[in-house]
Design a protein around this ligand. Structure first.
Ligand code: NAI
Ligand code: ENO
Length: 303
């Protein structure tokens, strides 16, 4: 049985449009409605035929939905939830896709105190944004982490889990606090490092008259892809997962300082031991099938 019959998507960018495309492919009888605050995105959603009905007002999109998914930057989730509160059906389940969860859960609970809320984070994406960037297979063979409140009805959580499984994801459940610490190190810190190193190289470019870009090797090019990610989205992630990111950044800075010391003192063993350990990490990721082949697959299906 379908977990939901009428799904409303608020925010029709990369993730919202990917959910819409995925629903169309895997749950074609679901009635889809959508809204985006940006009129240009609403117009694109009509042209791309992402949903059955693109509403100019969030309330009109959710009025008879049984699942509402907020796919807006984390800093806008509270405001987006408040804007639809008056029109939300009493039995609708509300979810989101935000990259950090503790503060988002607070914002959702404050805006919708009586709603059944099951926050979600599909750990799948790209550096691109907007409705044209989405694709139906984005969530296939990816994790989707649910962070329901402790008193959530298990049957409601299971319906949201089944929705994500239908989109091809594997579902895990954890607390928002645990989610935010794990993602701070596996996703948020790597983005911060990429933004920082590309910024440093771009500052140096003026000095070296573009040699930094001209001779950039594979590693740097990978950083530029990550550092091309959406500025609004990532500003919000860092502002709303502040504590966990600062903790992981502290640890990272200490580890970086110990590498700096090893280089200064010519301690090759420290460098060799770390690089051997990190090579094993990469090999175990590849063995689990979570390597770049999946990214290439996604890009090939973006057209
Ligand atoms: N980009 C990625 O790789 C991933 C992003 N996420 C999360 O998904 C969410 C959406 O990100 P993307 O789809 O990448 O961003 P996006 O920039 O492609 O789309 C966001 C859309 O939300 C709309 N919007 C902003 N405020 C709004 C409001 N108050 N009401 C209605 N619409 C509003 C914008 O106009 C935009 O079209 C974020 O919370 C992000 O943290 C989660 C997993 C991966
Ligand atoms: O493009 C990449 O490499 C990503 O890391 C995509 C991504 C961005 C944000 C998320 O919350 C989850 C996945």
């Amino acid at each position: 049985m379908l977990p939901f019959a009428r799904v409303a998507i608020i925010g029709l960018g990369l993730i919202g449009s990917s959910i819409a495309r995925g629903v169309r492919q895997t749950m074609p009888t679901v009635r889809l409605t959508g809204h985006d605050a940006d009129p240009a995105v609403r117009a694109a959603a009509v042209t791309l035929d992402l949903v059955d009905d693109v509403a100019d007002h969030p309330g009109a999109a959710v009025i008879d939905a049984d699942l509402v998914i907020l796919c807006v930057p984390v800093g806008a989730i509270g405001e987006a939830a408040a804007a639809l509160a008056a029109d939300l059906p009493a039995d609708a389940i509300v979810s989101d896709v935000g990259s950090c969860k503790t503060e988002v859960a607070r914002a959702l609970a404050a805006a919708l105190p009586d709603a059944m809320i099951v926050p979600a984070h599909p750990v799948a994406g790209t550096e691109r944004s907007g409705p044209e960037a989405g694709f139906a297979t984005l969530f296939q063979r990816r994790w989707c982490i649910l962070t329901p409140p402790a008193d959530a009805d298990p049957a409601v959580v299971e319906r949201v889990a089944e929705f994500w499984r239908r989109l091809g994801a594997a579902v895990e459940v954890m607390t928002p606090e645990h989610h935010d610490r794990v993602l701070a190190v596996t996703s948020h810190l790597p983005h911060l490092i990429a933004y920082s190193i590309v910024g440093t190289a771009s500052d140096l470019e003026a000095v070296t008259e573009s040699e930094v870009i001209k001779y950039s090797a594979g590693g740097f090019r990978d950083f530029t892809r990550i550092a091309a990610s959406d500025p609004t989205m990532w500003r919000d992630v860092f502002l709303h997962n502040r504590e966990a990111v600062l903790e992981m950044l502290g640890r990272f800075s200490e580890d970086l300082a110990s590498l700096q010391r090893a280089i200064r003192w010519g301690d090759g063993d420290v460098l060799f031991d770390l690089f051997t350990r990190t090579r094993a990490v990469r090999r175990s990721i590849v063995e689990q099938g979570q390597d770049d082949a999946r990214e290439d697959f996604g890009r090939a299906h973006q057209q």
